[in-house]
Design a protein around this ligand. Structure first.
Ligand code: 5GP
Ligand code: MN
Length: 345
């Protein structure tokens, strides 16, 4: 049995929307990750089983290693089909906002979603949800939004309507947001849910291979290059990797190629905090990804130094300036957080 994470009043409230609404739009955040696409398609398959009209819209493209997911071909990219997407958003009865806590995270879609008169539901696990939805299901203690979608469907009384396809998407989201169940994954209920998903006929080993073992040769070579000039700050239990625009060109970088790189230096003994700085190809900006193990608060550091935020162990932000300047700021941050970094090892 699962703990009732979502409050009954919220389940009852959404149940009423579900009974009455016809047109559903599901939206998720910029640069959608496995949990964004997994939770969106998990909910998509469920709503289709209830004979609803459903569209999934995300701001921009998602990585190739998520394209095997059943339904992924139906996902509409806002940056390519803005006009059509705007119409769907405006005419929706219900908009489900998944895996983000503020409308800022959906980028260019924000205006259309805010302006729509649709009822709005947020299902998310990031801290400090914005008050922008009629129903907010926000539970930072849960490691993925996909897990919350499973819990939501079950609490609505529709476990039996979860299909194998829906179960595959939910599993993929749970798996990717926990690094293959290697972090944020000590809640035993996760494994109860996996058992339930297996009962739907999913092949979890195959899903793992489809997500993690489908590197292109250029991605693996890029990883080799990035690691070859990694900086390890042994006195701070930290490591830094960087990727410039020039290097991206050199290695025929495609979006998503560096996904997961930030976690790799954590496999060095004693390193409990890593940073990945990547020059954006579209904007004059450096994207920051931070990861930690233990109690080191990446999100605090991200907010203080990189105008960002996120989870305790996985956060991010942005930096406007050169790579050298970003590295300097990172080193200042290390100095400031040194006591916490050393206390954490
Ligand atoms: P990633 O490193 O995978 O891009 O991001 C990890 C987590 O950090 C995300 O799930 C999100 O919670 C948070 N995050 C990433 N970028 C930003 C950002 O620019 N601002 C804020 N507030 N959070 C971010
Ligand atoms: Mn997530």
């Amino acid at each position: 049995m699962l703990t009732k994470v979502i409050e009954q009043t919220k389940i009852d409230h959404f149940s009423k929307w579900l009974a009455r609404a016809e047109k559903f739009v599901i939206v998720s955040h910029v640069s959608p990750d496995g949990d964004a696409i997994g939770s969106s398609l998990g909910l998509y398959h469920f709503l289709i089983s209830q004979e609803k009209n459903v569209n999934v819209i995300v701001p921009n493209a998602f990585p190739d290693f998520l394209r095997w997911m059943p339904g992924s071909k139906e996902v509409l990219l806002y940056d390519r089909y803005k006009e059509f997407a705007d119409k769907l958003i405006a005419e929706a009865d219900v908009i489900c906002c998944l895996d983000f806590n503020t409308l800022k995270r959906i980028g260019a879609m924000e205006a259309a979603v805010s302006a729509s008169s649709a009822r709005k539901l947020m299902v998310d696990h990031h801290l400090q949800p914005e008050d922008c939805c009629g129903i907010t299901m926000s539970y930072p203690q849960i490691s993925s939004t996909s897990e919350l979608i499973f819990r939501l469907i079950c609490r609505l009384g529709f476990f039996s309507d979860i299909t194998k396809e829906g179960a595959e998407c939910i599993y993929a989201g749970m798996m990717t947001d926990t690094g293959g169940f290697t972090y944020n994954s000590n809640n035993r209920e996760i494994y109860f849910i996996i058992a339930e998903l297996l009962s739907k006929g999913i092949d979890k080993d195959d899903i793992y291979r489809k997500v993690y073992n489908t590197y292109s040769e250029s991605r693996l070579r890029l990883l080799g290059h990035v690691l070859s000039h990694m900086k390890v700050y042994a006195d701070y239990n930290a490591a830094l990797i960087t990727l410039t625009k020039k290097e991206q060109e050199q290695f025929a970088y495609v979006k998503g190629d560096s996904e997961g790189f930030v976690n790799i230096p954590l496999s060095i003994k004693k390193v409990c905090f890593t940073c990945f700085l990547r020059e954006d190809t579209e904007m004059p900006m450096i994207k920051i990804s931070l990861r930690s193990v233990g109690s080191f608060p990446c999100n605090r550091l991200a907010a203080e130094f990189f105008n960002g935020g996120g989870h305790l162990n996985a956060s991010g932000g942005e930096f406007y300036g050169t790579m050298e300047e970003a590295e300097k700021v990172f080193e200042q941050a290390l100095e400031k957080y040194k006591p916490l970094l050393l206390g954490n090892s």
